[in-house]
Design a protein around this ligand. Structure first.
Ligand code: PLP
Length: 400
């Protein structure tokens, strides 16, 4: 793949009229090394955040060996790209055929669940043709926790309530070679306190069930940086998680896991778009809700922007974007701050689209097929360069 210095160099060389994804392998490498070295446990990459094979290889080369996969297609993809990777099937609702193929064909041993029905399904699907049940299942019971500290909630769909968790943990313990508890505090958790509250719930679940726990998986939710969303340092999250993990009543050799998606890949991609038309402070651009800007449209997520036309010098003004499809919902309110004299034909770089951005592109209405190109400059913001101004972490609170 050809490599350029930065987005401006790409525009000068190619004058693209289709949206172009930019890859920054060095940024993903830095994020992976940060987790591999600083998190006091195992860091799984949550593949759904960005399943790009190039990215998977970068993460693997940078110390990420375990992958959280949620569908049989993700299992096959990661197995094909990384034959040595350890795959963990962490979607709590799976089909029997997906479980069977994952276990017998792809060597998956770790499965999550949040109901007795799913437990039965896993046991049946992993029983061999002679009727012998699997003796090496590593099961992970997903607990429902609050999403109150997260920008995107994951609290309503999955997870067993604390009040119902004990019988499920006991039943899983009967068939599991290795038993874990997992949760997800919601994506872009802006305070480490989210994990404290969740780990308190884990403690209560273990106490109620009185079972031996071999692993605690604190899930994803680790933040990245966006306009008006500057989180405390990730070290604060790691420290508070480790401290509360150490205090749990679990096996002496119990493992601590986490499953970052966003934090490992947000800095990996940005996007070059073209302004097709200007109407007041609304810019019609060639990517949108059905492209990499899904969250900008759906939940008004703000992404950083830069005008790539060198001679625009107007004062920054607030703009909103329309995407290219004929759907009125293809609208991103922003505000996105760009030079007031920006005009049709100009290019814009939109940053921090590696997580749930590049991965969300569809071909709806004939748009979204643009190329991907490597660049070597820094992402528009980074949690990992050590250069950003660190906010005072006065929202790091401990219950004990
Ligand atoms: C989506 C997901 C993740 C990753 O979440 P981020 O907020 O991107 O870190 C981790 N674990 C599970 C089970 C998920 O569904």
């Amino acid at each position: 793949m050809s490599s350029y210095l930065d987005a401006s160099a790409v525009v000068r060389a190619l004058a693209p009229d289709e949206a172009i994804i930019l890859n920054r392998p060095h940024a993903a490498e830095r994020a992976a090394r940060f987790f591999a070295e600083k998190f006091a446990g195992k860091s799984l990459y949550a593949v759904k955040a960005n399943p790009s094979p190039e990215l998977l290889r970068v993460l693997w080369d940078s110390g990420i060996t375990h992958f959280d996969v949620a569908s049989i297609a993700e299992v096959r993809l990661v197995r094909a790209v990384l034959p040595g990777g350890t795959l963990c099937f962490m979607h709590p609702v799976k089909t029997a055929s997906a479980i069977r193929e994952a276990y017998f064909v792809h060597g998956v041993r770790t499965f999550s669940l949040d109901s007795v029905e799913e437990l039965d399904k896993i046991v049946t699907a992993t029983t061999d043709a002679l009727g012998n049940p699997a003796a090496d299942l590593r099961l992970c019971v997903r607990l429902r926790v609050s999403s109150e500290y997260a920008e995107l909630s994951l609290a309503s769909k999955f997870g067993i309530d604390l009040a119902d968790a004990a019988p499920l943990l006991q039943a899983a313990r009967q068939v599991a070679d290795w038993l874990g508890i997992c949760f997800h505090v919601g994506s872009q958790a802006m305070s480490p306190f989210a994990f404290v509250r969740a780990l308190d719930r884990v403690r209560a679940a273990i106490a109620a069930a009185s079972v031996v726990i071999d692993m605690v998986n604190v899930g994803g939710g680790f933040p990245s940086i966006y306009p008006d969303m500057e989180p405390p340092p990730l070290e604060d999250y790691f420290a508070i998680i480790h401290r509360h993990f150490e205090e749990l009543p679990i096996a002496y050799n119990a493992e601590l896991w986490c499953e970052p998606g966003r934090a490992l890949c947000a800095e990996y991609n940005s996007l070059i778009v073209t302004v097709e038309k200007r109407r007041g402070n609304e810019l019609f651009i060639n990517d949108g809700a059905y492209g990499a800007l899904h969250d900008a449209a759906r939940v008004d997520w703000r992404f950083p922007v830069t005008c790539l036309a060198g001679d625009r010098s107007g004062e920054l003004e607030a703009f909103s974007f329309y995407g290219p499809t004929c759907d009125d919902a293809d609208y991103m309110e922003g505000p996105f701050y760009l030079p007031g004299d920006i005009a049709a034909g100009d290019h814009i770089e939109i940053g921090m689209l590696g997580a749930y951005g590049a991965a969300m592109r569809t071909g709806f209405n004939g748009f979204g097929q643009g190329a991907a190109i490597d660049v070597t400059d820094e992402p528009m913001a980074s949690l990992y360069t050590g250069e950003r101004v660190q906010p005072v972490s006065d929202n790091v609170v401990s219950l004990r």
